[in-house]
Design a protein around this ligand. Structure first.
Ligand SMILES: NC(=O)c1ccc[n+]([C@@H]2O[C@H](COP(=O)([O-])OP(=O)(O)OC[C@H]3O[C@@H](n4cnc5c(N)ncnc54)[C@H](O)[C@@H]3O)[C@@H](O)[C@H]2O)c1
Length: 309
């Protein structure tokens, strides 16, 4: 696969970063994504500090990681339960927690941010971290829908800033989208690609455009499926069956939208339609808007396009 070459930004210190070897990783945000990223990084021998806003959340996150590791070990070490337990303890030893991001980034080679999807909050966080982190530290955001360059603009390390977009559930999903802005240096980009490989993932190179690759194709597909149903061209059940049996997809678009979360899907399309109001692929769906307004957010709320027990 040919990875595109990034222009090294002129006007910023290139700070002699040469394919940084990433040993210590700070993961900020211990939610669904941060927990998965921390688990995978710790399982592949990285020392990981997980940061969230309070200790209760962090305790829950570490418990969640332990539970997830137990499921991995049950399969991987079915014949050797002792070796499995040893693996879990070794991985957990690689994870420490903190509520003070500013102090822990001082020992970090890479900071991966996986906090709430809000530009201002992400910018505030990175602006603080930029002042505290060493020069060689690379910053990366796991944002699904915000431009990496907008988040990076709050820092003075545009050449050492990129995107690492993981997929949910992180321990299972093999793909990482590595995003470079026009200011990301080649060294930073290569370091992020190599880091993704050390996690056992397959990286693909992406430009800093809405949705990168996967969501740019997936979200318009989900929206067009809903519009197809709105136009009366098929029931949601038939559209789901059609895409599973006719296109070989493991889930139909309505099942998938419920799994992703209808609020998340709406949030993404709202942001893109603001950026490109005339793009018909990013047009709003009244049906989606109504379900979200009614609090029917998909699987997580018990009802979306379908009902869940
Ligand atoms: N959920 C997905 O399927 C998915 C997939 C890819 C990318 N993403 C992106 O990953 C990011 C996180 O998503 P998530 O689903 O894990 O969210 P989540 O709500 O499960 O977790 C977010 C965590 O961040 C913490 N947090 C919020 N502000 C913080 C701050 N200032 N400092 C430290 N911690 C803070 C919260 O307490 C929470 O534990 C978002 O940018 C999202 O777009 C999500």
């Amino acid at each position: 696969m040919a990875f595109f070459t990034h222009q090294v930004c002129r006007g910023f210190s290139s700070s002699a970063v040469r394919n940084v070897v990433i040993k210590h990783v700070t993961v900020i945000g211990g939610g669904q994504m941060g927990a998965g990223i921390a688990q995978v990084a710790a399982s592949t021998g990285h020392s990981v500090t997980l940061v969230d806003t309070n200790d209760d959340i962090l305790k829950k996150t570490v418990k969640g990681i332990e539970g997830s590791l137990k499921r991995v070990v049950k399969k991987k070490y079915a014949d050797k339960p002792e070796a499995g337990e040893e693996f879990i303890q070794k991985v957990l030893k690689n994870v420490s927690t903190s509520t003070d991001a500013v102090s822990v980034v001082q020992g970090s080679d890479l900071v991966i941010e996986a906090i709430v999807e809000n530009l201002k909050i992400k910018q505030d966080l990175f602006s603080q971290l930029d002042k505290a982190a060493p020069a060689h530290t690379i910053f990366a955001s796991n944002t699904s829908s915000l431009p990496i360059s907008d988040i990076a603009s709050s820092t003075n390390r545009l050449d050492r800033f990129g995107g690492l977009h993981f997929f949910n559930p992180v321990p299972m999903m093999k793909l990482v989208e590595v995003i470079g802005t026009s200011a990301t240096s080649q060294e930073t980009f290569d370091s992020l690609l190599n880091f993704s490989k050390t996690l056992g993932k397959t990286p693909v190179s992406c430009k800093d455009t809405p949705g990168f690759i996967v969501n740019r194709l997936l979200v318009p597909y989900l929206l067009e499926s809903i519009r197809l149903h709105e136009r009366g061209h098929g029931s949601k059940e038939d559209i789901d069956i059609a895409m599973k049996l006719g296109a070989g997809y493991p889930m139909g678009p309505f099942e998938l939208a419920d799994y992703v979360g209808l609020d998340t899907t709406k949030f993404i399309i709202d942001g893109w339609s603001q950026m490109e109001p005339n793009n018909p692929l990013f047009a709003q769906s009244p049906m989606l808007n109504k379900l979200v307004e009614e609090g029917k957010l998909g699987k997580k709320s018990g009802e979306g396009f379908y009902k869940y027990k």
